[in-house]
Design a protein around this ligand. Sequence first.
Ligand code: ATP
Ligand code: MG
Length: 688
Amino acid sequence: MLDIPSDLLSDLDPAQRDAVRATSGPVCILAGAGTGKTRAISRRVAYALETGVVAPSHVLVVTFTDKAATEMRERLAALGRTGVTAATFHAAALRQLRHFWPRVSGGELPTILESKVAMLVDLARALPGGYRYVAVRDLAGEIEWAKARRVGPTRYEEATEADGHDGPLPARLFAPLYSRYEAAKERAGRIDFEDMLELTIRLIEDDAAAADEIRARYRWFSVDEYQDTNTLQQALLDAWLGGREDLAVVGDEDQTIYTFTGASSEWLTGFTRRYPAAHVVRLETNYRSTPQVLDVANRLLAGAPRVGGGPPKRLLPTRPDGPPPIIRQFADGGDEETAIATETRRLIDTGVPAEQIAVLVRTNAQLVGFEAAFRAARVAFQLRGERFFARPEIRRALDAVRSARRGRSATKDDAQADDDTPAAPLTDRLTAIWAAALDFRPDVVPPGEEARQRHAALGTLLDIGRRCQTEDSTAGLDDFLAEVDRRSADEAGGATGVGVELLTYHRAKGLEWDAVFLPALEEGILPIRQATDPAEIDEERRLLYVGITRARVHLWLSSARVRDGRSTQRRRSRFLLEVVPVGVHSRGDQAADARISGRGGTGGHRAGPTGGADAAGSPLFEALRAWRLERARADAVPPYVIFHDTTLAAIAERRPRSLADLAGIPGIGPTKLDRYGEELISVVVRAG
Ligand code: ATP
Ligand code: MG
């Protein structure tokens, strides 16, 4: 146990110490990933307790997840400090509501509505014709959009207009639906997640006695991951504070990844405007990752647009050198999954604990392929988050297959026909069943985020069928169901064990591992297909930044040329092309690991591998040739099929910075523009 304040400071750097010693008034710690922000705020709490600035019961530390709250309490307990409240906004609000509700309203607190969907199903049926089939989860998402901004049904139309926001329904239809949802919820005596915060705010605003009591209890506040705070959470924080200023916020605007829930890093960046007296601390040294990992993170950051046009932020390394990050491109998504499982086995054999390894993906549906690959490689894994086979649409899809199967064996003629005539291929049968039962069409992606996710999940399920079919062209519905049962049982087992962690970027926030795998870095996956406007693309970039900066030592970035049994060629993510120096990335499937060599000083550029003088001579021309060579290898075509030297020379001369510029160059038609345009521009831009 640490008992004198100097011990609480001895393993901190001067900037962290400065933050810890600032125990009163507004404090704002603005710093990049892995710089010890979370360490600094937990230490600051301990230090304030130690020096008698505040009593434990008066402290409220707000964290982003329950897991982070538990970790915060553990960190404090390790420092010999207990009695502090560490909770998410929701957990803290709920506790206060429970306490005050009976007194204020004379009854028990209404029960919490775990999901809005059930309540919305009936209401959605009453929508006019064409809108009746809008995904109910998208309607729920829209209500959340509004509530995170404290926009009620009456202000909804006006707010969407002001925001230029497009919901799943026209605003004039959505507003009455929203209002009916609120009424139905009230009649049912339920409250939803946002209500917990909203009602706590109103309690404090409307009931002076409750406000006094709550404010007397909590006097000293800290908020971690403050860049992801939304308007509703901020309003609650303001209500708790009641004008007082003992607030420390900690965040990194480059890690804002929840804007889709209404979060805005402007609360963080605008902190000093709201609190001109704030003590601002910037941490610059990264304690988490090797210089090699940080080099990749810094390259990605260098490409991010900067508010106010300042110089790009950089993370400064302190850790010793580690292995160069591994960059690979695979012929197929299945190969990629297998290679990752194999590599984790190798790492485990060299002494990296399995739970110190993570695979991060963009969407939950991507996890199922890894479950299978890890099982096949006999590597223990644990799923963090939603289980694929427990998803409602997957269960419905499997129920439909089971009843189609039963229907067949019940009809003797059919069974007979099944035996005598060669059955249609498994994937065709599955597609037909799901088309009838779920209106699923593999190539028609429905609008709306939730609907798209469901579509992707069914696509993944169809891919399992495709794999059965590849192994055995006569595979039938029974084989498919047996395979699914096996995988589902594995998943249930994998969900509880210890082992390599499989999770989404969103859940990886604040965490760290020795080894981090980032697969499927492809256009359409990361950045995700529905990210189209610049703000959405920026958020995708920040997600990757969060992913890269989770790694302490080993980092793996990979992509595949085709996946999910389709023939469409996939393009590497624009972000991958940014972080990998030209000419240094993968040489195709059989390639030995293509690694980023050296540490690269400024996230800058490296010449192509040949470096020799050429007819056209310029460094850009060389960089373009290096790109062409690499692309030719990746696509298994001769380089001249991609572009002739004369075209490359013309590009080197004109230095196009946009697709429009590029289109004006002879030798670049629409097909080539589409296929190579973005990569070419990125080569030109990087060459400066
Ligand atoms: P993120 O932005 O990802 O939330 P963070 O800024 O909160 O990161 P921490 O998780 O607090 O960073 O710290 C990152 C790692 O560096 C942890 O393993 C932590 O123990 C270690 N660390 C922090 N400060 C120091 C220090 N002064 N000396 C040595 N190690 C440190
Ligand atoms: Mg942190």
